[in-house]
Each structure stands twice: as C-alpha cells, then as structure tokens.
Design a protein around this ligand. Structure first.
Ligand code: MN
Length: 250
C-alpha cells in the first residue's frame, strides 16, 4: 500500500501540496513548507494553503467566505482530527481515505470525531481543488462519461442543483466515481463522504450555510447555480483519469 500512496502523490499539479497535507507526517518527507503556508499543526494532518487567491472565485464566491471557510472551518476540522488521533499513533499513520473507509475499526471513543472532522478534511481538500476554474463545459473522456452515466452535462447540472437544494440542513452533493470510471450523483449529510462507501468523490459542492450565507443568505439555489462558474473542469478531468488509474486518494 505504501507504494500505491506514494505514487498517488504526483497526480496532477496542485495535487502535490494537497496530497502532502493528507499524508500522515513521517509517511514521506516533504523537504520544506511552501512559502506562505501556515506553520505545521501539531499532529499528523496539516491544512494546505488554498491553491489560488481567496478572491479567485469572485464574484460568484466572495473572498471573505473563502477565507473563513478555509482558514477557520477547514482548519478546525484538521485541528480536531489531530486532537482525536493524539493518543492513537498507529491509526494516525493510516492515510485518511483508509481511515474513512473503515470507520468501524476506529476506536469508538474517537469514531464520531474521525467521521466528522476526517470527513470534513477530505471533503474540503477535494473542494478547493475543483474550484478556482473558469466553469464552461467538460470535454473528452469526462464529457463522454457524464453523457453515458448522468444523461449529459445539462441534465447532470440540473439534477446536481436539485439534489443539493434538497439536502436538509448541512451536507454535500457529489458526483462519485468508482474504480471502473462509472459516475453517480449522490448527497451526504454533515461531513460524510463517498470515501466511507469505498468510492471517490469526482467533485462535489458544499451546501453547509457557511459555504454561501454571507453572499447568498438563505438562497442556496442561487449559490448552487452560480458555483458552476468557478468549477475547474481540467482539474476534474485529472481526477477522473486518476480514479480510473486507481491513484485518486481523496
Ligand atoms: Mn464547508
């Protein structure tokens, strides 16, 4: 498994920094902290900086929302996950996707925290990667898979927005990808993730109020529609290729 995960570190460009953040410390040895990165947290997991400026998704997602979302909300998931793992050294060495796929084997005393904070770390790490783009349309093999499995890009977008709108309270809407490259639309409550089912999130949108309330107030459907303008399809295509190759981790 070690080789599998080391190889997976080099999928994509922005994936490098993100993947390092997801590896337990000691699983490999990144030589230096990138300039401007926050000081490493005391624990196996660290918060990678946003892969673009906080205002990169303006006007659709405002910089203040991005800053609070990454620097406070995501940071808290990382910090709480590390705190839970403090006295569980062997577990803390496992890659996050393995931990989340085997929650039943996590000690009961920390299982809920690993589920919520570990899920939150995984979901947000994916989320930052697949934004910062120009929207538009997917192409090539990814478009073909969306046509085949989800009825085309336009229907997929409508169904995704409708499903995201129906999530009661806090949660996520995802397009998942299995090892054969088959896509499916799903939602999850709280910080649950398709990783818990042994699948991968190809991409997903956060429908917690913290993701949109400053700009959109209670108008979640408006946020869901606007969000497609910042989706990074080339990055999602990289994730699709990695999923089919068996190298997509988070
Ligand atoms: Mn969030």
């Amino acid at each position: 498994m070690t080789q599998f995960h080391r190889r997976s570190l080099f999928v994509g460009t922005a994936a490098f920094g993100l993947a390092v953040a997801l590896r337990p410390a000691g699983a490999q040895a990144p030589a230096a902290t990138p300039a401007g990165a926050p000081a490493p947290a005391a624990g196996p997991f660290t918060l990678a900086p946003l892969p673009y400026a906080a205002n990169a998704n303006e006007p659709h997602i405002d910089a203040m929302t991005m800053e609070l979302h990454h620097d406070r909300h995501h940071a808290a998931y990382v910090s709480n996950l590390n705190a839970a793992l403090k006295d569980h050294g062997d577990l803390a060495k496992k890659p996050l996707e393995e931990m989340l796929a085997n929650l039943a084997s996590v000690p009961e005393a920390i299982r809920t925290t690993v589920r919520n904070s570990g899920g939150g770390h995984a979901n947000h790490t994916m989320f930052w990667q697949i934004m910062g783009g120009q929207g538009g349309e997917p192409t090539g093999e990814l478009k073909a898979a969306i046509d085949r499995d989800l009825g085309g890009v336009s229907k997929m977008r409508d169904d995704f927005n409708a499903a995201g709108g129906r999530v009661f309270g806090s949660g996520w809407v995802f397009v998942t990808v299995d090892k054969a490259g088959k896509l499916a639309l799903t939602t999850k409550p709280n910080q649950d993730t398709p990783l818990m089912d042994g699948n991968r999130a190809l991409f997903g949108n956060d429908v917690w109020e913290h993701a949109y309330y400053l700009k959109y107030n209670n108008r979640r459907p408006d946020y869901l529609r606007a969000w497609w303008n910042v989706v990074n399809w080339p990055k999602i295509a990289e994730r699709y290729a990695a999923a089919k190759a068996g190298t997509l981790t988070i």
